[in-house]
Design a binder for this molecule. Structure first.
Ligand SMILES: Nc1ncnc2c1ncn2[C@@H]1O[C@H](COP(=O)(O)OP(=O)(O)OP(=O)(O)O)[C@@H](O)[C@H]1O
Ligand SMILES: [Mg+2]
Length: 454
């Protein structure tokens, strides 16, 4: 014990002085017993000037006593030391030294002591972060389009429009009943377009009180009104600069704000509330509504000139009930999204197919989340769905539903088999083995679906 508490002999001191990392040992009373050249340099002195001093004299916020008290190692912590007139951050390990169960001192071990090492490490970390962020954005970009599930003719049309419009600079109006996916489409348009790396600013005109909407959208000048921030505030349109502004529920925008928005769209400039100076803005506008804007124009609730401006390009989302078997694909997608790893019975799928979904995909989402919570044995049956969805049906309609479902299942099975045959280059034994069925069964399925193996 005595040897640890005294400073090192000449040879040992030379060894630790050769290190490019800082080493300091203080005893249980906090007296510095060992310190190497590198650590001493960091503290702005030489080895001898620190030996025998209490650690709090050289580093007042020291954690040495806490570490010795707890007996627990602290690794890769950050400490700040004043150096060359600047504050530098270092990575430090604090390691209690024990003799049996008793803590007899603490080693402070500083890594990356050369500020240029830290700078280069910092810049490496920042560039990695940047790359990671880019990948995340890319992943998200691809995601929002791929999250639009459905291959019904109507959805294929919508997807084709998104791809075509994504690169256009003109405003897009997305219309559709509640829950049909208007916001998802707006994000897909942004994420597939040239502005994808710039902000996507979304604002729900119905959710902001009328008297605040203008200030939120256009921002306000210093001292514009009582209660406003003293230095003024940037509006959401300015925040969307370079990117996309998504005005959701545009039908709920008050007429006064409509006039102002029209001016911004025409002049590409805006004036903050209470300001004189104009600010140049550049954004792509996407709007959405579930209201009939033409009818609102007749009732003088929506400005006709604004309507033509925002409706340069139009996407109309079909209600879920018109998307046929998309319901099955979307249901499976939703179940995966909510981490449900079980099954859904044919009866439950039939019930979903025959319901007319006034709340569209959002209602389907909520109904499946409800069912996933209420089902037993990890299988969603018709009984697990909200009661209003499983109302009794005339038997003719039931049969129609079953036929649609069977058709769907058969199509899926056919496609699956084609893929498997391709994967195994037409080798029947290999396909049968990989599917775990007999060759006879496989042959009869291939015959049924008219699949050839050549
Ligand atoms: N085609 C689709 N495939 C998968 N999920 C979808 C699809 N369309 C919508 N959704 C999902 O349904 C939910 C509602 O979609 P979204 O919020 O985009 O609808 P909305 O039309 O904006 O509704 P509202 O008019 O009520 O604002 C979201 O969870 C969305 O991810
Ligand atoms: Mg919406």
């Amino acid at each position: 014990m005595k040897t640890i508490l005294s400073s090192l002999d000449g040879m040992h001191q030379k060894v630790i002085d050769a290190l490019h990392e800082g080493i300091l040992f203080c005893d249980r009373k906090g007296i510095i017993r060992i310190i190497n050249k590198c650590y001493a340099n960091l503290l702005g002195g030489d080895v001898l000037s620190f030996l025998g001093k209490p650690i709090e004299d050289v580093n007042p916020p020291t954690r040495a006593y806490i570490v010795m008290e707890n007996g627990k190692e602290e690794t890769a912590d950050l400490c700040t030391l004043p150096l060359f007139g600047n504050e530098y951050k270092f990575v430090v390990n604090r390691i209690p030294v024990k003799d049996g169960d008793a803590v007899v001192g603490m080693i402070s071990h500083i890594l990356f002591t050369d500020p240029s090492d830290i700078d280069s490490l910092n810049s490496k970390i920042s560039s990695l972060y940047k790359k990671m962020h880019e990948y995340e954005v890319q992943h998200e970009n691809n995601q929002s389009f791929s999250e639009l599930i459905g291959n019904s003719p109507k959805m294929l049309e919508v997807k084709a429009l998104i791809k075509r419009y994504a690169h256009e600079p003109h405003p897009v109006l997305v219309q559709g009943k509640t829950g049909t996916g208007k916001e998802l489409v707006a994000r897909a348009l942004h994420n597939m377009g040239d502005r994808k790396k710039k902000p996507f600013v979304s604002i729900n005109c119905a959710a902001i009180p009328e008297h605040l909407l203008e200030a939120e959208l256009f921002g306000y000048a210093a001292g514009a009104f009582s209660g406003a921030q003293r230095q003024g505030k940037q509006g959401l349109i300015e925040l969307a600069n370079g990117g996309t502004l998504f005005l959701d529920e545009i039908g709920d925008m008050p007429l006064v704000a409509q006039v102002k928005l029209l001016r911004v769209l025409e002049e590409k400039k805006l004036t903050r509330v209470g300001a004189v100076k104009e600010v140049q803005v550049d954004f792509r506008l996407i709007t959405a509504t579930n209201k009939n804007l033409e009818k609102m124009i007749e009732e003088n609730l929506f400005r006709e000139d604004l309507f033509y401006r925002i409706n340069a390009l139009s996407i109309i989302l079909p209600p879920l009930s018109e998307r046929g078997d998309d319901i099955i694909d979307i249901s499976r997608h939703i179940l995966t999204k909510i981490n449900f790893h079980g099954d859904i019975t044919t009866e439950a799928l039939e019930a979903l197919l025959r319901y007319d979904w006034p709340g569209n995909v959002r209602q389907l989402f909520n109904s499946l989340a409800f069912a996933a919570l209420h089902c037993t044995n990890k299988q969603i049956g018709a009984k697990d769905l909200p009661a209003h969805i499983t109302g009794d049906l005339p038997s003719k309609e039931k049969t129609q539903c079953r036929t649609r479902l069977n058709d769907f299942i058969q199509q899926e099975e056919r496609q699956f088999l084609i893929n498997e045959v391709r994967k195994h280059s037409g080798n029947i034994s290999a396909v049968a083995r990989s599917l775990g069925i007999s060759r006879v069964t496989l042959y009869s399925k291939l015959k049924k679906y008219k699949i050839t193996t050549s």
